[in-house]
Design a binder for this molecule. Sequence first.
Ligand SMILES: C[S@@+](CC[C@H](N)C(=O)[O-])C[C@H]1O[C@@H](n2cnc3c(N)ncnc32)[C@H](O)[C@@H]1O
Length: 444
Amino acid sequence: MLDTLISIGDRLKEIREAKGFHLQEVADKTAINYTSLSRIETGKRLPTKPQVQTLASFYKYSEQELIKQLISDKIIYEIQEEEIGMEAFLLAEQRIKYGRTLFDDYDNIEKYELQSRRYIGNKAKLTDWIMEVIQEETTEFGTFIDVFSGTGIVAQKAMSLYKEVVVNDFLHSNNVIYHAFFDKKDWDKSGLIEIANNYNELNADKIDENYFSKNFGGKFYEKNISKIIGYIRNDIESKRNELNHKEYSILLASLIYTIDRLANTVGHFDAYIKKTIQKRPLNFRLIQTNDFKEVKIFQEDANKLAKTLKGDIAYIDPPYNSRQYSRFYHIYENLIKWEKPELFGVALKPEPENMSKYCTVKAKDAFQKLVNDLDVKYLAVSYNNTYKSKSKSSANKIKYEELIEVLESVGEIKVFEQSHKFFNTGKTDFNDHKEFLFLTKKYN
Ligand SMILES: C[S@@+](CC[C@H](N)C(=O)[O-])C[C@H]1O[C@@H](n2cnc3c(N)ncnc32)[C@H](O)[C@@H]1O
């Protein structure tokens, strides 16, 4: 039987030892750094929720059990030093019992964090490692440019270290997400909570078929869910004039995060799963905005933008294989633009837009121009060794040796590597999957 009275740190240590892992091995494979892990296990600090999730998945241990333990540790931590701590705890218990929760207060409602979304090639698990290397190897912390921001997770991490951060991605859906999370405008929290609450009251039986449900219902989304999604999207558009740009973006980004986990896919929209779709409720939640002040947001082709910016470091994480992000995430692109275009093929994609040179034979050439043009002191380039893969679509367009050759033409380079668990659809053997970070000090 499990000893439920031990702390989260003790529990994590117990699981690790039972599985026969050394702390260093866990640090390498989860990208949570060694010191943090050691402090967590010895009870010197609490893990964060994402760290607990990462460890649960790494140890193949119940995430729910560990989160439960984490929350109870947090409660104990909060009340143990207070004389009336236990009384406060009992009062909270009573309030919850009688439904007096803090639901209409933005600080206390459950929200989506920037990393709570599925996105191919996101660096959520590697961000700490990437930023640690950058911090150790570089000296200036003025402007950080994330040239291909994707989810924005690396840029967000940079916000705690740099004076100014530039985010850029040519996808419409990513751009709206950056405005929602990072724009420094004021916004009406209670107004948006009320709108979200109304969305959660919607009844699909009372909603007419719409563009979204007609095209994607029963395919990418369950029929009723797709009616609600189309309805909400139309409603956000009808409110556009009453909302400022931040509020409009928050509602759209919240819609993407809400439906991300309801999609009948393996994580992108190149295809849907051809099985009956499980019915689940649509629980519309707002996103957790970020208060960092100096963010510049762009939606440009990376090579065009590179000619116009000046900074201390550029972080470069382009696509490296033939898979186009604008095609993978066509449903979000369509939902955000909301021009209701004609759709083609089994995956119901619109006409192509934002096709990246980095996914073609022109990749090396584009990369060379990019690093030539970027007016920065350092370049930090992410890369992984999937080019050895058997599947053609996941074969890298720029080979490791080519990347080194290009980077050496503009500066002095250092290579860092990290092993990393990689998700794939089965065709490719990624057992020796390695993640690289090339840090280049540019010649003046
Ligand atoms: C590998 S992902 C970046 C992942 C990101 N580092 C993260 O952690 O989420 C590459 C991103 O580059 C964007 N992209 C591809 N080609 C681009 C281009 N030419 N200009 C701007 N963005 C581009 C894609 O839309 C995609 O989001």
